[in-house]
Write a protein that binds this ligand. Structure first.
Ligand SMILES: Cc1cc2nc3c(=O)[nH]c(=O)nc-3n(C[C@H](O)[C@H](O)[C@H](O)COP(=O)(O)O)c2cc1C
Length: 90
């Protein structure tokens, strides 16, 4: 069994990574394989509803989304973690 863990933080070794490290330890103690992918520091294009993915099986924008799509296929479980980054002006 494998769990894919998506880290939405831009910070390598940040708080989200530290929290996920603890989660990975628990999965490993249960003999569950994990793979953590940091996406918060990557450029990701938004969907433009061109529907090319329905025909080609991948996005026309060849970014981390296409990498993750392959990993989704082989994963049995998914964890999505992200920090809250909100700045209030005024
Ligand atoms: C620019 C900025 C804005 C933030 N805004 C919020 C917020 O609105 N609410 C909140 O609870 N935490 C906020 N935080 C705190 C982060 O969510 C928190 O420190 C988080 O653990 C950071 O995770 P990271 O180290 O993986 O980036 C903010 C942090 C930063 C740097």
């Amino acid at each position: 069994m494998k769990v894919l863990i998506i880290n939405g933080s831009p910070r390598v070794g940040g708080n989200t990574s530290l929290a996920l490290d603890e989660m990975v330890k628990v999965f490993e103690s249960e003999d569950i394989e994990t793979e953590v992918v940091l996406v918060g520091n990557k450029d990701v294009r938004g969907c433009i509803a061109c529907r090319a993915c329905a025909e080609k099986g991948k996005c026309v924008f060849n970014d981390v989304v296409n990498e993750l799509a392959l990993k989704f296929e082989e994963a049995d479980g998914l964890v999505v973690a992200s920090p809250v980054y909100k700045i209030a002006f005024g």
